[in-house]
Design a protein around this ligand. Structure first.
Ligand code: NI
Length: 266
């Protein structure tokens, strides 16, 4: 039995999980079991996302072992202790692996105030340039840094990508989807106090929506507080479907098609 899924019954099929941290130590006890059982739990595809060099190498390694798992590699704004041009070159090398389909997660996070904003902007811009050079999508983390994120992204509207775990306003969602970016929603969409994400989800065109967990974090209701994992997306999909006025299976299919288009996966 997979931790957190004691009361779980799969209701849908074809879920594309666009943001999971399977390398996290909380999956050490049952990672193989979880990953190999995803298809029978309704999850067809998943992207394992790195946040520094070791986690990116691990994401690529995990993706290499499971046909339905892909990887994203990059330096997250809170994990820049080891950031250097040499590190960027090592990330670039990982992109040669055909299961590595995106650069991420990258971005700006001014919440914890540990990493200087100037360093964060430098790393973000450098990795956006790499995405442009390699013609690969980016997975963007933006927290309490809307103005600087928009200022940087307006110069990279030729790069495709997703603003993951979106917590911004409807206004911001309109601007970035107007530039062609996708928006990913986690279990936060199901929370009682989710007024802002719900408003944002309302204005995002259906062909720009992605489903994700950001597991092991952000488990949706009714699993809130448990270790999150991809099958739980079914509850986020139900909420998103309600907001967009389609059935949950239709929502899952639309979001999966969006993910395949963005990440170039068949
Ligand atoms: Ni993440």
């Amino acid at each position: 039995m997979i931790k957190g899924l004691e009361d779980f019954t799969p209701k849908y099929h074809g879920i594309f999980e666009t943001h999971a941290h399977f390398g996290d130590h909380v999956f050490d006890g049952d990672r193989e079991e979880l990953l190999s059982s995803l298809p029978k739990l309704g999850v067809d595809r998943a992207i394992c996302v790195g946040y520094d060099l070791p986690s990116s190498e691990k994401a690529a390694e995990i993706a290499g072992r499971f046909p339905h798992i892909y990887a994203a590699v990059g330096f997250h704004p809170e994990n820049l202790h080891e950031y250097s041009e040499e590190g960027v070159q090592k990330i670039a090398k990982l992109l040669d692996n055909e299961k590595v389909v995106a650069i991420g997660e990258i971005g700006l996070d001014y919440h914890w105030k540990e990493m200087p904003p100037e360093l964060q902007k430098k790393a973000f811009i450098r990795q956006l340039e790499l995405a442009r050079e390699r013609d690969l999508p980016v997975i963007i983390h933006a927290r309490e840094a809307t103005a600087d994120t928009l200022e940087i992204l307006q110069n990279f509207t030729d790069v495709r990508g997703v603003l993951h775990c979106f917590s911004g306003s409807a206004e911001t969602a309109k601007i970035v989807t107007g530039w062609g970016f996708y928006i990913g929603f986690t279990g936060v969409l199901t929370f009682k106090n989710a007024r802002q994400p719900v408003e944002a989800c309302t204005v995002v065109p259906a062909d720009k929506l992605l489903l994700e967990t950001d597991c092991p974090y952000m488990a949706p209701v009714p699993w809130r507080g448990k270790r999150s994992c991809p099958p739980m997306i079914q509850s986020t999909a139900e909420r998103m479907a309600e907001i967009k006025g389609v059935s949950p299976q239709e929502m899952i299919d639309i979001a999966a098609e969006n993910a395949r288009r963005l990440f170039g996966i068949k």
